[in-house]
Design a binder for this molecule. Sequence first.
Ligand SMILES: C[S@@+](CC[C@H](N)C(=O)[O-])C[C@H]1O[C@@H](n2cnc3c(N)ncnc32)[C@H](O)[C@@H]1O
Length: 374
Amino acid sequence: MTRDEIISDVKRLEPWFHCIDLGDGLFTKTRSTIGEPVEHPRPTWDVVKAALPNDLSGKTVLDVGCNAGFYSIKAKERGAARVLGIDAQRELIRQAAFVRNVKGLEIDYQRMSVYDLDPHELGQFDVTMALGLIYHCKHLVLALEKLFLVTRELLILETAIYPPEKAPESFVYAEGGTLPTLHPIAYVENLPDAKEAVFNWFLPGIAALTALLKNVGFDEVRVLPGVQNDRAVFACHKRVAFPDSRSVSYLGSKLSLVSGPTHCRPGEVMRFQVRAENTGYARWLRGSEQGTERGDVHLVAHLLGEDEEPLSLYHAGAFLPRDIAPGETIEIEISLRAPDPPGNYQLAFDMVSEHLAWFEDLGAVIAKQQLVVE
Ligand SMILES: C[S@@+](CC[C@H](N)C(=O)[O-])C[C@H]1O[C@@H](n2cnc3c(N)ncnc32)[C@H](O)[C@@H]1O
């Protein structure tokens, strides 16, 4: 690309939020666009960089809300093996791709929302950056869950926060007997036509965001020193890539019946083969035959009447062959005894995370079978 072509494309792709050095004395912008410092986001990078490993060789990095790619470029310059930047706004992805091409860097960009991040499709990234993102998210907890799931080791989150000098103190709420702690989160009142990716929605206090990040699953959440201008940086670490079935948030399954009888004699013991796909993001724990622990996952058959009225819940259960990873599919055999009275029945096969939840109650797809006792 010639110098003149670069100048003309920079103009065509305006307005710019990121000031990026394109070489040869050229920058993406030389003036503030919406009140940000002209050199934005360099001053923020000076704080954020302390949380990012100096050497990212061999690491994969995801930059969510990448804008024109300033931070994606920084990750690449630290040696990351793969960098993917995503942003909800198409014109910002055009800017990022242009800068990448001018600088001759190997970075992938894709228009995608934080809500669409799915490790079953995209895999996980060693490091995720979510900088200046979450206050644009109307669905704050969902966004944090998605960031958690797509991250393998470390999430660096930078955000505007509930101004500390204005925020009320956290306190223990004594009503109802469970004594939860309440942390302040500010809701920003917008006009009804406010656009999600552009307007601000929630400004969490530091204690609220720390608690939220721990609740979505991060093992360690550290606030970097130097909260400036009501903004803060969080370094959030994970010990394992996926949580296990003791965490109710990430359970999901899809069951289908592979084989099994539709007619039987009273009291007959029958065998059914059920295919179970772990469509959630938690590893299913098999547990032990010695005793049931909270979070052990079993296949269960319920016996229902013709009208779907439950006659015998947990009529039979079966163990998994082993622990099952997210995305894996297995077949499980389950034996059960037919009821004695002749008639028309239904069997409903579901998974259970013991002492926690029926998967059907979490929106999972169960399998059903008509059964005629002759
Ligand atoms: C304040 S800018 C921050 C850009 C950059 N990360 C930085 O810190 O300079 C917020 C960015 O998040 C993007 N964004 C907002 N909502 C998003 C969403 N739901 N999914 C992905 N990106 C989003 C915006 O398009 C914008 O580029």
